[in-house]
Design a protein around this ligand. Sequence first.
Ligand SMILES: Nc1ncnc2c1ncn2[C@@H]1O[C@H](COP(=O)(O)OP(=O)(O)OP(=O)(O)O)[C@@H](O)[C@H]1O
Ligand SMILES: [Mg+2]
Length: 247
Amino acid sequence: MVSVNNNGHSTALIQVRGLNKTYRRGGEEIQVLQGLNLDVDKGDFVAFMGPSGSGKTTLLNLLGGLDVPTAGTISVAGDEITHMSSGKLTEWRARHVGFVFQMYNLIPVLTAYQNVELPLLLTRLSGTERRQHVEAALSIVGLADRTHHFPRQLSGGQEQRVAIARAIVSDPTFLLCDEPTGDLDRKSADEIMALVTELVDKHAKTVLMVTHDPVVATRAQTVLHLEKGVLVEAGKPRQDVAVGGGA
Ligand SMILES: Nc1ncnc2c1ncn2[C@@H]1O[C@H](COP(=O)(O)OP(=O)(O)OP(=O)(O)O)[C@@H](O)[C@H]1O
Ligand SMILES: [Mg+2]
């Protein structure tokens, strides 16, 4: 169950408390996040919306341990990430977070297979185990027949599928998607969202996604708006599942 009002202890998988982020540029201070609270449970699928510059990417970067807050805490499955050293954070990120970006961010000189295998090279898995995981991930995203294609030989929608396979291959605790359909046409966007929905419903993934597209947002169980540095519930529950349907 997603909540934006809890400022005490909870049992949620992801617990964000009093999150502040202020950027300083020259003499200027930009307060982006201002005391933001958020609870996300395992199996939740939440969409973040809000105008350009409202801090959506800033929030995802903090949740993924790519940036550190000015104040406040983020804990995930009991690990408080806001005070980890950068070395520990890198390890934590590799184990717990799958990132999906608008521009796919695939390595052009690597095949689909090799792109998906990349995160596993940081683990202790054997070559055989890696192959099993890569093949399973590519099959989940429907690209079992494109393993040896290079990114330039794939459509945008297929590239994003490879990126999603790469994000799920290490079975992370949660997925962070920053405008995953932002560069796709309607049909490809719908296909990507059908896939993300399937990851939540069939594979019990936890997904936090930024989108500008209200149609895309309706796929999520909860829609939250970033307004003046905090999250506001505006969510219309998905028709086919109850809010907080995940265990
Ligand atoms: N590294 C940085 N240094 C200084 N200011 C920054 C930095 N990153 C972001 N900002 C500022 O913080 C604010 C929020 O930026 P952010 O990228 O999080 O917005 P966003 O909601 O993702 O926007 P968009 O919808 O355009 O992607 C903006 O005013 C931006 O200029
Ligand atoms: Mg952004």
